[in-house]
Design a protein around this ligand. Structure first.
Ligand SMILES: NC(=O)c1ccc[n+]([C@@H]2O[C@H](COP(=O)([O-])OP(=O)(O)OC[C@H]3O[C@@H](n4cnc5c(N)ncnc54)[C@H](O)[C@@H]3O)[C@@H](O)[C@H]2O)c1
Length: 314
């Protein structure tokens, strides 16, 4: 396996933007782009490669499934995106069918890397990928709520006028309408969030937090209504996850990973903060949750289980 090689399956808005962000990062020396539309993959590979004189040398090309075998990370962004008014769960049938084509191609090759699912609904497709790839579940995970968590930190940073990197807070559960802002563990460099709000002159916490959580949840709808797709935020999220893997950082990121009894949830992937390194998801981090957050997390898991139960391909 070549730790410095990454493969992208799906080169639409999300795949191409992620490849651009990955190229700029200098993390890899080889990147292969694969798409059902080969010309699209070729065009994106050329366009992105033309930026290399301003970045770090690497090989960027359009390829096929034989090229994924030695990649350390195989990213899957292939799939239909949400149209205005559609929820992520509305995409289940279309994208499970697409995964039904992609996963056997991966399963029949002896891949040693990790699989990072980005296509939506990401939690369901991660569960599908785990089942169809035959790989250990720790090596198959989704981008989950890494993007939603970034949106939460961004909005809190704006609200408090504090660098969003100093804010520690997670969106957990489904990457979708049943996601939960885990307020009870949120803090700003160790200071409880409510205390930090007061320090910055804000007192109406409950209303402000509700508004921010709603804005996070509705971000994708707002962007899709205006420009038709979201891709820059997810591209940065994908780059960040790749960084944690390639550099074996053991960073804590809310990726979508398999729960086998943790938090009382079984047999489904959803997002909880997890330690991410070279071998994928090492362990979940047992953050403190209030009773209300825990019961909403279980509702979120039930929503996903119901949607999976309705997939006739599994
Ligand atoms: N996880 C996240 O946070 C997040 C954020 C934004 C978008 N997304 C999701 O990412 C996915 C892609 O979105 P997009 O805007 O790039 O869509 P897009 O329509 O621009 O691109 C999809 C690409 O997938 C390709 N494709 C379709 N079937 C394929 C197959 N069988 N094999 C290989 N390639 C195939 C298409 O040719 C196309 O290039 C969507 O499901 C979207 O909802 C996820």
């Amino acid at each position: 396996m070549n730790i410095r090689k990454v493969a992208m399956i799906g080169c639409g808005f999300v795949g191409a933007a992620s490849c651009f962000s990955i190229m700029e990062s200098g993390l890899f020396s080889e990147m292969v782009l694969i798409d059902a539309n080969k010309e699209k993959a070729e065009g994106e590979a050329l366009d992105i490669a033309h930026g290399l004189p301003f970045s770090k040398p690497m090989k960027i090309y359009a390829g096929d499934y034989d090229d994924i075998v030695d990649a350390s990370i195989i990213i899957i962004s292939a799939g239909a995106n949400q149209k205005p008014g559609e929820t992520r769960l509305d995409l289940v049938k279309k994208n499970v069918a697409i995964f039904g084509q992609i996963m056997p191609e991966i399963a029949k090759r002896n891949v040693e890397g990790v699989i990072l699912v980005v296509a939506n609904p990401v939690d369901i497709l991660t569960t599908v990928a785990q089942r169809l790839s035959g790989l250990p579940k720790s090596r198959v995970f989704g981008s989950g709520t890494v993007l939603d968590t970034a949106r939460l930190k961004y909005l809190l940073g704006e609200h408090l006028e504090i660098d969003s990197r100093s804010i520690h807070a997670f969106i957990i559960g489904e990457h979708g309408d049943s996601e939960i802002a885990a307020w009870s563990s949120a803090n700003v460099s160790g200071i409880p969030l409510s205390q930090c709000c007061e320090m910055r002159g804000f007192y109406n916490h409950e209303k402000a937090m509700q508004d921010i959580a709603e804005q996070v949840k509705n971000s994708a709808y707002e962007i899709i209504n205006r420009k038709g797709a979201t891709y820059y935020g997810i591209a940065m999220s994908v780059k960040r996850i790749c960084e944690a893997i390639v550099r074996d950082e053991k960073s804590i990121l809310p990726v979508s990973s398999y729960l086998d009894g943790q938090f009382g949830i079984y047999g489904i992937s959803l997002s909880m903060p997890a330690i991410v390194g070279r071998n994928g998801v090492e362990a979940l981090v047992p953050i403190q949750l209030s009773d209300d957050e825990l019961s909403k997390l279980k509702e979120s898991a039930d929503t996903l289980k119901k949607a999976i139960g309705e997939c006739d391909c599994l």
